[in-house]
Design a protein around this ligand. Structure first.
Ligand SMILES: Cc1cc2nc3c(=O)[nH]c(=O)nc-3n(C[C@H](O)[C@H](O)[C@H](O)COP(=O)(O)OP(=O)(O)OC[C@H]3O[C@@H](n4cnc5c(N)ncnc54)[C@H](O)[C@@H]3O)c2cc1C
Length: 164
């Protein structure tokens, strides 16, 4: 676990009230699927406490992204972070999803709403396994097309999100 300062590469609104925050970390980190971080804008007193967000994706050792819903003070302040802005972050935290699946094992991953953020990496990992995997996300239609909903068609086939 590290406590570090990260620089926002982007903080994009994907649909009203839902954003994708991508951060460049000042230190290397190893994150497993399902783990989360505690974060807030650097130096902010409002909110005083960091908020928990599941790690949505990792890119190498120093780049991570978070899919989040803007609900209240903490997430509103995160929504105000501009590219180049800085964030105080503590990660990785919590347990991870099991990553070992046997060949030809059947796996179904089900997530709902913004909770889908925490299972994206496990679904990505399943595409590299020989498991027969299905990943399903339930969300209100009004959330638009940003949330992925995909049955992995065959073991080992590539998996794409709608918003790379
Ligand atoms: C381990 C963990 C991982 C999480 N991962 C994510 C994530 O990947 N993406 C994400 O968007 N959120 C995630 N959350 C939830 C996120 O931390 C909360 O949405 C956030 O703390 C709300 O803080 P806020 O200051 O914006 O809202 P607050 O000011 O604390 O609350 C604003 C209003 O929203 C309500 N509220 C607060 N949290 C929730 C909630 N989760 N659901 C419904 N109503 C709520 C409150 O009751 C209040 O009415 C995670 C939470 C935990 C514990």
């Amino acid at each position: 676990m590290i406590e570090t300062i990260a620089t926002a590469e982007s903080n994009t609104e994907l649909a009203p009230g839902y954003r994708l925050l991508t951060l460049d970390l000042a230190e290397d980190v190893k994150v497993s699927a399902g783990q989360f971080a505690m974060l807030k804008p650097k130096g902010s007193l409002e909110p005083l406490l960091r908020r928990a967000l599941a790690v949505y994706r990792v890119y190498g050792r120093r780049r991570v992204s978070f899919l989040y819903q803007v609900l209240g003070r903490g997430t509103e302040s995160l929504a105000g972070v501009e590219p180049g802005g800085t964030v105080e972050i503590l990660l990785p935290l919590g347990n991870s999803w099991p990553d070992a699946v046997r060949d030809n094992q059947s796996v179904i991953v089900v997530a709902g709403g913004i909770g889908s953020a925490s299972v994206f990496m496990v679904c990505e990992g399943l595409t590299r396994s020989r498991a027969d995997a299905q990943c399903c996300s339930a969300q209100k239609r009004t959330y638009g097309g940003w949330v992925w909903t995909r049955r992995l068609p065959r073991p080992g086939t590539s998996y794409n999100s709608y918003h790379r």
